[in-house]
Design a protein around this ligand. Structure first.
Ligand SMILES: [Mn+2]
Length: 327
């Protein structure tokens, strides 16, 4: 089915329903929060008579500036509602207990399709953020839908966090055109960048520690292990420590980089990133998955840490042999 046809069907459902509940994934990031709040704002402006809610259980303090989500509602309300799930590839990651009770369910996502859990499943792998799917949806029905500065700012947050400020693969002319359309709403960029990209003093010190102490392998994998001892010493949250993965993103010749974070005794959550090389299959062999260039995984011993580093190292070696001069 053509994109426009699906978009028309979605709009039809939005018009049909009096109550619309937007939900997102667990461990919220900028894209799912921005998508949820941006879509809520667009729908509230466009259909003032309807009840539009944005719900989620897990909270994220650093994203509070984008706006606040609504308070949980009685599960009975779902039975008459349209539920739109944003930015979530599979049921397991949906951060809501009652979405399955909805009268009608729509999935809006940009991840590799894992599960078609909706009555409509609108997945755009060609767009690098769900926020852009919503921006494009608005753009298609400009004569019916309304947008304002707050909605545009929320969608812009989703776009820059999922594209690393327009740096990751997947950024193309459509992405920039849609972003330009959002900027027409006079978004306060300095304020957004201050909220997203300034760190507190402790995080800054840990940043310096990572720069000094990261390890590398023979063929070009960079990694760092954040133990519970380090977290305690620098007094930094797991969330903030994990974000430091990007510190390792521009070491010449190092095409895969990884962060191991000891979340519980002997449980290491891994963040994997790469240039050129697809790492989601590697991640899926270690209890994880994700995108080609950004994935997550979990290991349970030092032996497994060594194993995944070795496998990544071999992948870099192979890539370099097959693609001389690229990296
Ligand atoms: Mn996303």
């Amino acid at each position: 089915m053509k994109h426009l046809e699906i978009k028309q069907q979605i709009l039809q459902k939005i018009i049909e329903y009096q109550t619309i509940i937007i939900v997102r994934h667990i461990k919220p990031d900028g894209d799912c929060i921005g998508s949820s709040l941006g879509l809520r704002e667009i729908l509230r402006l466009s259909f003032p008579g309807k009840k539009i809610l944005s719900l989620g259980k897990m909270k994220s303090t650093y994203l509070e500036f984008v706006g606040s989500e609504d308070k949980e509602v009685d599960s009975v309300i779902y039975q008459e509602s349209l539920v739109i799930v944003v930015d979530t590839a599979n049921r397991e990651r949906i951060d809501d207990d009652y979405y399955h009770k909805s009268k009608y369910l729509i999935k809006l996502d940009h991840h590799i399709p894992v599960e078609d859990y909706g009555n409509i499943n609108y997945v755009r792998e060609d767009l690098p953020a769900t926020a852009l799917i919503i921006a494009d949806f608005y753009n298609s029905f400009k004569d019916i839908l309304k947008i304002n500065q707050m909605a545009a700012a929320a969608l812009f947050v989703g776009t820059i966090t999922d594209t690393g400020r327009f740096k990751y693969s997947g950024v193309n002319a459509d992405v920039l055109n849609l972003s330009a359309m959002l900027l027409e709403q006079n978004i306060n960029l300095s304020s957004i960048y201050t909220h997203l990209y300034t760190k507190d003093k402790n995080e800054f010190k840990l940043h310096g520690y990572v720069l000094n102490k990261f390890k590398t392998t023979k063929n070009g994998v960079a990694y760092f292990i954040i133990t519970r001892r380090i977290l305690k010493k620098f007094r930094v949250s797991i969330e903030a420590a994990s974000a430091l993965i990007n510190v390792l993103d521009s070491i010449k010749g190092h095409l895969i980089w990884m962060f191991f974070i000891e979340s519980k005794q002997r449980v290491f959550r891994i963040r994997l990133r790469s240039r050129f090389i697809s790492i989601n299959e590697l991640a899926s062999r270690y209890n994880g998955g994700g995108h080609a260039q950004a994935s997550g995984a979990t290991v349970y011993s030092n032996r497994q840490i060594k194993q995944i580093i070795n496998e990544a190292d071999l992948m870099v070696k192979e890539f370099k042999m097959q693609n001389p001069g690229v990296f």
